[in-house]
Design a binder for this molecule. Structure first.
Ligand code: NAD
Length: 366
């Protein structure tokens, strides 16, 4: 059933990618308005410039604790001053008809609060990964959006990234044969001990809550299966001032119903960005796999290696525009986003099991 559901999701993504459908839906409709909550690195430098690549989405409000930064950003993106909010005045966003979707780009432990406040203000929500820092928070977020009749989507941009989409399509089409294993590893060297990512209260955990989400997501979307068991080990130098509160490196294996095994890692002490799927006929490999750009894809079958240089275009001009517009199109059509709150919840259930397995030194059945 799960394989069937995932195939449907891929089909839905492919349909939304079709430019004719996008244009038909856009005809005569205004672009959907996003409020960006949090003008940090990702919100300011990555997401905001991407509205220029969107067909169905525009930025209409900003939420920031830094008024001067918000004013300068508003001037740059044509957001009126009346649509600038602080964290204290955020709930007034309910009275702003130009805001359809609130995009939460805050430290992880703030995702639940702002998602729930946005839903109560009658807005749809796009929330960054990880969806939240616990299963309980994810469930509360889903419940709040459901009660308010609003949609919830997680910022899983790789589901809109052309090389990742092509890798998923190839895996599903049997290009590598029967899947035997996946290796999925993501990390970067986190140098500054003062970063919120290294504070348990704000990040919820260490590398697993950050790059580990990419490793976990890729293991799930490459196999197209849900794991039935997880076994994890952690390696952290607690005398290192960066890692007094959260883990550095964590490695885990996932067992899938088909017999496939995923070996995953995340770390804050090495730069790695790699996904490999091995089947009984060949391989599908992404390296770098999940970067903002410059990702590369190879396939190998029956001894023939080949780089996939030009995969079919994704559902937007960039993965980010594809993600933003997907929410807009979902709202117009009434369809669930392909990466909904339930998808974020699935990951957090596994994340909690990974931590439990590493702590207790035993395999956790999911
Ligand atoms: P950042 O530190 O650059 O920005 C965080 C923002 O939150 C800042 O504007 C900061 O002022 C604000 N903030 C409000 N209250 C805060 C508090 N108590 N402590 C610290 N900051 C506070 O972080 P970022 O890299 O932009 O990450 C934000 C979120 O986006 C995270 O959940 C992260 O996982 C996610 N993210 C996703 C991607 C992706 O590729 N999908 C990439 C980067 C970050």
């Amino acid at each position: 059933m799960e394989l069937g559901r995932r195939d449907l999701l891929l089909t839905a993504a492919a349909l939304l990618a079709a430019p004719t459908i996008g244009r038909a839906q856009a005809a005569g409709d205004r672009k959907l308005g996003y409020a960006i909550v949090g003008l940090g690195y990702y919100g300011l430098n990555v997401i905001l410039p991407q509205f220029a690549n969107c067909e169905h989405s525009r930025v209409t409000a900003l939420v920031s604790g830094d008024r001067a930064k918000a004013l300068a950003t508003a001037a740059r993106y044509g957001v009126p001053e009346r649509s600038i909010y602080s964290y204290e005045t955020f709930d007034q966003i309910r009275d702003n008809p130009d805001v359809d979707v609130v995009y939460v780009i805050l430290p992880n432990s703030m995702h639940a609060e702002y998602t729930i406040r946005a839903a109560k203000a009658g807005k749809h929500v796009m929330c960054e990964k990880p969806m939240a820092v616990s299963v309980a928070e994810c469930e509360a977020m889903i419940a709040a959006c459901k009660t308010a009749g609003r949609k919830l989507m997680i910022g899983y941009r790789c589901h809109f990234e052309p090389f990742n989409l092509e890798a998923m399509r190839l895996a599903r089409s049997g290009a590598a044969g029967k899947v035997r294993y996946v290796v999925s590893e993501h990390g970067f060297v986190q140098r500054d001990p003062s970063k919120w990512r290294l504070k348990k209260a704000l990040a919820g955990g260490g590398s697993l809550m950050d790059m580990g989400v990419y490793s976990l997501q890729a293991a799930r979307y490459m196999t197209g299966e849900e794991p039935v068991a997880v076994t994890a080990r952690e390696s952290t130098d607690r005398s290192d001032p960066r890692f007094t509160e959260v883990e550095d490196m964590i490695a885990w294996t996932l067992n899938f119903p088909s017999g496939a095994i995923a070996t995953c890692q995340s770390m804050y002490s090495a730069n790695q960005n790699h996904v490999l799927l091995m089947g009984d006929r060949g391989r599908i490999e992404l390296e770098p796999a999940t970067r903002y750009d410059g990702n590369r894809l190879w396939t190998g079958r029956d001894g023939r290696e080949q780089e996939v240089t030009a995969p079919p275009a994704g559902p937007g001009k960039t993965q980010f525009a594809g993600q933003l517009d997907h929410m807009a199109v979902s709202l117009r059509t009434g369809a669930e986003p392909i990466v909904s709150g339930e998808e974020g919840l699935r990951d957090l259930r596994i994340v909690e099991a990974i931590y439990r397995s590493a702590r207790d030194g035993r395999t956790i059945t999911l």
